[in-house]
Structures are given as C-alpha cells and as structure tokens.
Design a protein around this ligand. Structure first.
Ligand SMILES: Cc1ncc(COP(=O)(O)O)c(C=O)c1O
Length: 373
C-alpha cells in the first residue's frame, strides 16, 4: 500500500478504536429530536410556497449567481436584503456569506492580524477557531462562561483585542453572562463578537437585540441554516466593518456568490420570522414540557434553550444511548469526542415547535428508563 493510503487507513482505524468514527446517515422517518430546524421553517410548505412566489415574481432567470460578489455575482436584490436584515437587527450594515462557517472564517481570519489578540470561550464553534488560526493573531481561550478566567486573558492581550462568544452555545445549549462579558470587554477596550447561530428563533431576533445592546457589539454572526430553515449567514456591524470584509475576508472574496434562490429563501424566512410569535411560544412550551417530564432533570446540562444535553461522558455510552432511543422511533444523536471534549460525550436533544406532546412524552419516558436502568 502507498504510504499516503496507509496513513489514511491508520487514522481511520484509530477513530474506530476510540468509538469516534464518523459516518453519514440518510434521512429517516424517526421523530426529529436532532435537527436545528427549531421553528419548523425548513419543512414549512407555506415558506416553500412563499419562496416559489417570490422567485416567480422576480422574473429573473439566473439559476447560479455566475461569479463572486466582487465580479459578476452581486445583485441589487442581495444588497437590499442585507440592508433589510441589518435594519431588522437594529444594526447599520450586514454582509451575507454563503454559510455560517464561511462567515466566521472570513471575519476572524481578517479582523485580527499578527500582534493582535483573539480570546474565545473554550466551547466556541470550530468555525471561529479555524478563522482565528488563519489570522496569525495571538489566541487565548477562557474557561466556559468564566469571567475571572476571561479577565486574566484580557490582561495578557496585545494589540487590538477581540473577544468571541456564542449567545447560545451549540453543543451545551446554555447562555453566557453576556452583559458581564460585554462590560469586562469594554473595561479592557476589547471588541466583542457574538455568534447568534442558535439564539435566533427562540430569541426571535437574537439575544443582543433582546438585551438592547446592539450598539455595543462590534460584530454579530447570524446564520440562516438553523431556525430560519435555509442556508447562509450574515455578519452584522458598522458600514466600515462591511467594507473591510468586502476587501479582506477571503471566504467572501474567493467564492461564487449565493444563488438567487438562496437569497429569496432567506428573505422569505425573515418575513416569516416577523410573524412567528405563536411558533416561538410553542417551542418554549415544548422545552418546558421536556424538562418537566424528566424524573432526574439534574442529569441535563443547564440550558433554557432548544438544545438540551444528557451527559454520558464516554463515546461508547453516548452511542449506545442514541441507538436505544432510535430503536424507540426517536431521532436523538450522540455527540462524540473530538467534537466535544473527551469525557463530556453526550446526547444532544433538540426540541422543536412542531414536536407533539405525545412525541415529547415518549422521549422523556424513554430517557427516564435509560437513566434509571
Ligand atoms: C455556533 C455556530 N456558528 C456557526 C456555525 C456554522 O454555520 P453554518 O452551518 O451555516 O455553516 C454553526 C453550525 O454548526 C454553529 O453552531
């Protein structure tokens, strides 16, 4: 065997040994307790029809965008949507990226330079870690949601300093002490960047809008692939930040722009979000129903969001628990290391507005049996 083939085989064998070998699964007919489609937009026939109507009314025959935004791929339609979304979130400007991963990699890789500092919560999303790595800036992590640990790192920071957090953590579902972190960042003249990927929906416009601190946040990343049910992301901030990203964010510059279909989907999803108070209420009720149905709620990580996690602390145990629940008709997935730190492997249960009471009762009944077995 050629040495590079042997290398691949050996790496895969190690993954299998550690029960962390990843495989792709096809769609199934189990009850959805794992997708990020918190409000049901991705499966909404109404949204699909609205997108179809919007595209028909546009009379624009353009299947692909034909190029990068800086060449042939920019549309007035996209720029109008960016302004509309920025306005919705009470921010001066926004720039659409093809995905949340692209948005974070683009933003973090260019905003800090050699000699600057990026400080991230230890549980920050991989896309921010990757972007920060590409920046060549000094990188520090602070203990999850820990102000003392953050302050120690702020004291060590050199150059321009950026602090990155999520407003709802993707793998734990909890919120940071956002106002305290903001206050601390301001004390050390650091810019705060907040990834709102999992806050949009449950917190309608996101936590920053809910707290009314929009004008104190340097940049926000909003992704469209979760509660908004489509795909893509926007970086919100000042007009100068938008211009800077157009000039320096390589994941924005060197890629084909999103298609009209993608932009129309985002536009219609935002329209729908504006009138979704009842759906959001249904999601909140389902989260409560789930938590109240557990005989040992303390076995969950502390979270008020749609993401609820049952720690099993081992890849094998987490995988077995997921298989057990799947055999009962419930699509619950295990999150294994290295996606989460070793020893914190878990079931990540996502609640949705469209889960029925019977489905949630079936889930809690089976989790209770699992815990007490
Ligand atoms: C916190 C966070 N940021 C960014 C992303 C990336 O977003 P996208 O899926 O649109 O690439 C994700 C998705 O996994 C996420 O959970």
């Amino acid at each position: 065997m050629k040495s590079f083939e042997a290398f691949i085989e050996q790496q895969l064998a190690e993954r299998k040994l550690g029960s962390s070998y990843r495989t792709l699964k096809l769609e199934n007919s189990l009850v959805d307790f794992c997708s990020n489609d918190y409000l049901g937009f991705a499966r909404s026939l109404e949204l699909k029809n609205n997108i179809d109507d919007e595209l028909n009314n546009l009379h624009l025959i353009l299947n692909g965008s034909t190029g990068s935004r800086l060449l042939s791929g920019n549309l007035q339609y996209t720029e109008e949507l960016e302004s509309e979304i920025a306005c919705f979130h009470n921010t001066p400007a926004g720039l659409v990226f093809n995905s949340g991963y692209d948005a974070n990699v683009g933003l973090f890789s260019c905003i800090a330079r050699r000699g600057d500092t990026i400080i991230t919560d230890e549980l920050i999303h991989a896309s921010i870690i990757d972007g920060a790595r590409l920046s060549h800036a000094n990188r520090y992590t602070f203990k999850h949601n820990d102000l003392e640990s953050l302050e120690i790192k702020l004291k060590q920071a050199k150059g321009n300093c950026y602090v990155a957090i999520e407003s709802v953590y993707s793998m734990d579902g909890d919120n940071p002490p956002l106002l305290d972190i903001l206050h601390l960042a301001e004390k050390y003249n650091a810019a705060l960047i907040v990834d709102e990927a999992h806050a949009i929906g449950l917190h309608k416009k996101g936590l920053i809008n809910e707290l009314g601190v929009e004008d104190r946040i340097f940049a926000r990343v909003i992704t469209f692939g979760k509660a908004l049910g489509c795909h893509g992301a926007i970086v919100l901030g000042s007009n100068s930040l938008r211009n800077y990203l157009i000039n320096f964010a390589r994941s924005f510059i060197y890629t084909t722009a999103a298609s009209v279909h993608q932009i129309a989907s985002i536009k219609m999803a935002y329209r729908m979000l504006q009138y979704s108070d009842e759906i959001i209420e249904a999601l909140k009720n389902n989260i409560e129903l789930f938590k109240n149905g557990l005989t040992q709620p303390s076995s969950l990580l502390k979270s008020n969001s749609a993401i609820q996690c049952l720690l099993l602390n081992d890849n094998g145990r987490a995988r077995e628990a997921a298989v057990y629940l799947q055999a009962k008709g419930l699509d619950v997935r295990a999150i294994l290391s290295p996606t989460v730190p070793a020893g914190t492997e878990r079931l990540r249960i996502c609640l949705h507005a469209y889960n029925t009471i019977d489905e949630i009762n079936l889930l809690t009944k089976n989790i209770n049996e699992l815990i007490n077995a």
